[in-house]
Design a protein around this ligand. Sequence first.
Ligand code: HSE
Length: 299
Amino acid sequence: RSVRAFAPASVGNIGVGFDLLGHAIDGPRDVARVTRIEEPVVRIDAIRGDVAGVDRLPLDAPSNTAGRALMSLREALDLPFGFAVALEKGIPLGSGLGGSAASCVAALVAANALLDTPLAREALYDFALDGESVSSGSRHGDNVAPMLLGGVAMATSERMLALAAPDWLHAVVVHPDQVLETRRSRAALAEPYPLHTVVEHTAHLAQFLLGLQHGDADLIRAGLHDVLVEPRRAPLIPGFAQVKQAALGHDALGASISGGGPSVFAWFASRAAAETAAPAMRAGFVDAGFEARAYVTPV
Ligand code: HSE
């Protein structure tokens, strides 16, 4: 028996929630077809897809995000059977759109449907973190949680929570034709942070979360301003400043780096505002010499 499942791309961090917040995108997605097999192993049979670098992804299950996640699921449940996995990558590698997380979430959702007694979505979170850590070297859930729950999610090391968001909220996500490996963009964050920067950051995060909860655009605007991570990563992304400027010039509530970059996102108080800003944001990358694609999505 086989099951096919997809996971959407996502915006990790949402600027002020480093390793903590993320939201799903209506745009690119990864698909996994998982087959229940008698042999008690996890096997990656194929990885296809129309994205650059797909041939570099490991077929060796423990080194593959989907493979590692299903191995954790098998071990935790002591399953007497195994899984064979075929992946179709739709999310570009090294894009900051959560591609490694999406493969493991899609595989987990499909494998879960093949269990005699499927688990609740929440119970898949830990296995997804195991998968995510294979590619990035860290157990952060800001991409896997919104993929499992939809919408905006908060991801701590223990649990994931769905967060309410106002229905007028829309995002533009622009993906340039550049690759930035998560490990490299995390290495840029290693130096210490002065306490006053941490306090400023906490104030932004608090306002952002209250703004989301109350559907208050002014509070979201006050909060969506990353003073902690963005300044250290922005120099790794040619064109970032122009794209952010274009978003803010088109009345964005805020704009920052999607996940580890190089994609850039901005939030808007209506779909119309997002659609107006999208070509201008895309042009920021094009003017810097890169091909780019823009997605407009509800948050
Ligand atoms: N929270 C992660 C980061 C997302 O910013 O490094 C990338 O996987």
